[in-house]
Design a protein around this ligand. Sequence first.
Ligand code: GDP
Ligand code: GDP
Length: 476
Amino acid sequence: MSESELMGDEVLDGTWSDESEWEEFTGAEPAEDSGTAAPQPVLAVVGRPNVGKSTLVNRILGRREAVVQDVPGVTRDRVSYTAQWAGKGFTLMDTGGWDPAADELYAAVTAQSAYAMEHADAILFVVDAITGATATDEAAARILRRAKTPVLVVANKVDDDRRVADTADLWSLGLGQPYPVSALHGRGSGDLLDAALAALPETPRESLGRGAGPRRVALLGKPNVGKSSLLNKLSGEQRSVVHEVAGTTVDPVDSLIELDGQTWRFVDTAGLRKRVNFAAGAEYYASLRTKAAIESAEVTIVLLDASEPVSEQDLRVLSMVVESGRALVFALNKWDLMHDDRRRELERELDRGLRRIPWAQRVNISALTGRSVAKLAPALRTALESWDTRVPTGALNSWLGELIAATPPPVRGGKQPKVLFATQAQTRPPTFVLFTTGFLEASYRRFVERKLREKFGFTGTPVRISVRVREKRKKK
Ligand code: GDP
Ligand code: GDP
């Protein structure tokens, strides 16, 4: 089939079913929801501890995901959720991350507010209406008054009408009208969301700023795999400590590290540096942390402990990364402990466990000795290049035409599905849509992916292929 035939009016002039069939191998929602494409406006929730931020987040989400923590001083990571109100989708960012070790509550408030001002499209500033504005609230308000993003003051814990009058005092924060709300009972939360959504712009700022600044890297892996050791090694090896990048506020929970002549932003590293230990619910927090870090990152380094059997927990982290669509570099740490027997065993485990990600680069490192850590930066660069790659439609279709002529899709129910046309709908990760006359089996889609990779590369990034079946035209 020639390209002109593939693109001809005759072929495209049909009815396409709108619902594309997203692959079971991603197990994910369409890319619109993955956080990498068509970014949604971000609504951030800030405020000092105990004003009811988590309760409000739970209220908005309508579920108990954000978990109210009754243990004082527990650090809750910054977590983003996909939310909806009145048919409009947005990302709700819970900037909970309080550092129990921070001597200065002011400093924490400042950092948190600054982060929200940098990354969010609108901010909910939560204040406890029963207590009234404290000195810390006022410090936060001073920062927030400088925000270019809209800020709404949430006067929380207004559980009944009698308390509404008290909220008038909160005008003094200089951020406009306080919205009386009971996060606990739901009172006033609808009006608040109406106002918040009206304040959110159509085009989120992250989509504008994307690509600017240092590339964002997440260090991931189960506890004790060597994440903080690697972070220390990498920051120790850099020639100069970077404090600032022109035009961007550095999130206090991130680390800027120069590797191989390039500055990288290692996201959500505050916990790694401080080695925070969570007594109860450690696993739960580890998984929340992983989720948050993946969401903030463009590329991930997944660490495995080469001296231990590959575990379920390792594979879970890997599949979270693949599902998120982030680029991936795979590091086998503690290579200094390697010996021949273990090595043979390890290769067998990897063959079994990593069958589905043959495209990931692998680096054998030792965070302890520094062995091969210099190979990480080039691998990150390769993975990001693949993640950003766009194949022009013309080149894609002429290649695909030849591939399909040589190896057509298998016949199904007596019919041979035709692939009419393909396009790369998105980058980050590369996402392809095949327009067809019939369903393509998973094995054939995997075949197309394999060939696509042989031809165009994509080392280090997941690739998504979706199939859009053209509905038959009814005969008159
Ligand atoms: P955060 O530290 O700001 O996230 O605060 P939490 O959401 O953990 O809430 C702190 C405490 O305030 C918890 O005991 C909540 O149950 C309580 N709380 C939160 N919202 C309300 C509310 O609207 N009314 C009342 N009475 N209590 C609330
Ligand atoms: P994290 O929980 O993933 O941050 O892991 P840590 O960095 O705290 O490391 C856990 C343990 O593994 C510590 O005792 C480290 O000294 C040790 N460790 C980390 N990297 C290496 C390595 O490359 N080789 C060896 N032999 N031990 C390591």
